[in-house]
Design a protein around this ligand. Structure first.
Ligand code: GDP
Ligand code: IMO
Ligand code: MG
Length: 434
């Protein structure tokens, strides 16, 4: 049975949580494989509305095992709070397993994230400020603290001491910040270790054993491929190692690439981006406000799930999206928030860029160039009728069907799933994904 990866195809917040919640029905194991609590995945189902930062979106089904892989950067306080608030709402979290190899976000990572952004000034990345970037920097520098270290005081004390020795020099000498005290860190993180111990287990074995037994496994991506460290709009990207695109999925749970059978890309019917960086199809007019505030009264407007920041809005960028389809090896697209376009008279899709009088159809590597390209648009008629209650492709208005068919052609990938609302059942399944 397949191991299926779900990745974000744009700049994050495409509705991955919502799609994983739907697809998880058939899975035995759902795993987060990358990033950290910079992610914010919204799920609306019969249990209520939830915003998850670390716990996989399969947690609402009583019989699924949900795992947080070695590729994830875990802030123990955020994870424990998330577990607590799920339990408060009657969601059983006893089937959650945390990799002992996962990196831990420490207080200096959060401080460094904020100090570094301040130092960059105008050129700030616009990070979520959760310490995720500095945590991955330490992972690569082989200075990181892992979940396994939290479980043994004799391991944790020297690691914190040596990390703080270094980090306090950086905090004070490079950034002019306040040093962090050793004692408060050690006690706090040992306590987190005690509380997390019951959840710690062998993630790789869980994923591979389920696969061998013929059960489905879903690997839940975070962020979006255009924020990928290697392939995204560098340097305005996130620092996850392994990356959040499909290439990182195998590494992030400790399996081989040939164990993965299918990759599904989640795309919005338009584009959004939080944080800074190039965004060729960005809209700064009333259409942007209309799309951003669609569903705002119910908490489903385009405002960050993790930071509450207003998301930047733009038309669907088929150049960037096609790049993402190719980078991830997508077999299928799940297109979300189609209903948000319901009120529009016409809808634009960017089919190519113009750069210094030339037409280009690929994503330039240099952000200074991407900043200068002008989108070339194709304009399609809108449908101006609600789609939120539609459950089959044939019942979609003809203009919406034409929009989806055009997206398939431009992205060179079939659309297997269309989401027409935030709730689990508000979906049109064109072809079963698995
Ligand atoms: P993720 O990070 O990719 O999981 O996405 P977020 O949860 O950060 O942002 C997606 C937002 O869109 C959330 O508020 C979802 O509830 C909402 N959403 C997802 N799919 C749909 C849809 O088809 N229609 C509408 N109106 N909202 C949706
Ligand atoms: P989900 O999983 C949208 C963005 C930040 C910033 C950049 C770097 O909910 O789709 P970081 O804190 O990671 O160092 O910030 O990446 N970013 C996201 N944007 N959705 C996310 O996750 C994001 N995670 C990081 O806004 O531009
Ligand atoms: Mg999100």
């Amino acid at each position: 049975m397949p191991i299926v990866v779900v990745v974000g195809g744009q700049w994050g917040d495409e509705g991955k949580g919502r799609i994983v919640d739907l697809l998880a029905r058939k899975a035995r194991v759902v795993a987060r494989y990358s990033a950290g609590n910079n992610a914010g995945h919204t799920i609306v189902n019969e249990r209520g509305e939830f915003k998850l930062h670390l716990v996989p979106a399969g947690i609402f089904y009583p019989e699924k095992t949900c795992v947080i892989g070695n590729g994830v950067a875990v802030d123990p306080e955020v994870l424990l709070d998330e577990i607590g608030s799920l339990e408060d709402k009657g969601i059983d979290t006893s089937r959650l397993v945390l990799s002992d190899r996962a990196q831990v976000i420490m207080p200096w990572h959060i401080r460094l994230d904020q100090l570094d952004e301040a130092m960059r000034g105008e050129a700030a990345i616009g990070t979520t400020g959760k310490g995720v970037g500095p945590c991955f920097v330490d992972k690569v520098a082989r200075r990181g603290i892992r979940v396994a270290d939290l479980l043994r005081p004799e391991d944790l004390a020297p690691r914190i001491r040596s990390a703080l020795d270094y980090q306090n020099k950086v905090i004070t000498a490079v950034y002019g910040g306040e040093p962090i005290a050793m004692e408060s860190c050690l006690d706090r993180y040992l306590e987190y270790g005690k509380r997390l111990k019951p959840y710690v287990g062998d993630v790789q074995a869980i994923v591979l054993d389920a696969h061998k037994r013929g059960e489905y496994v879903l690997l839940e991506g975070a962020q979006g491929s255009l924020l990928d460290l290697d392939h995204g709009t560098y340097p305005y990207v996130t620092s996850s190692v392994p990356s959040s695109s499909s290439g990182g999925a195998a590494i992030g749970v400790g399996i081989g690439p040939t164990d993965i059978q299918r990759v599904v890309g989640v795309f919005k019917s338009y584009s959004t981006r939080v944080g800074n960086g190039p965004f060729p199809t960005e809209l700064l007019d009333e259409v942007a406000d209309q799309l951003r505030d669609h569903g705002k009264e119910f908490g489903h407007g385009e405002y960050g799930t993790t930071t509450g920041r207003a998301r930047r809005i733009g038309w669907l960028d088929a150049v960037a999206a096609r790049y993402s389809v190719r980078m991830n090896g997508l077999a299928a697209v799940a297109l979300t928030r189609l209903d948000v376009l319901d009120g529009l008279k016409t809808i634009k899709i960017c089919t190519a860029y113009e750069l210094d009088g030339e037409v280009i159809e690929t994503l330039p590597a240099r952000e200074s160039v991407l900043d200068r390209v002008k989108p070339i648009y194709e304009e399609l008629p809108g449908w101006q009728t609600p789609t939120t209650d539609v459950r089959s492709f044939d019942d979609l208005p003809p203009q919406a069907q034409a929009f989806i068919r055009r997206v398939e052609t431009l992205l060179e990938c079939q659309v297997d799933l269309i989401s027409v609302g935030p709730s689990r059942e508000q979906a049109v399944i064109v072809n079963p994904i698995f």
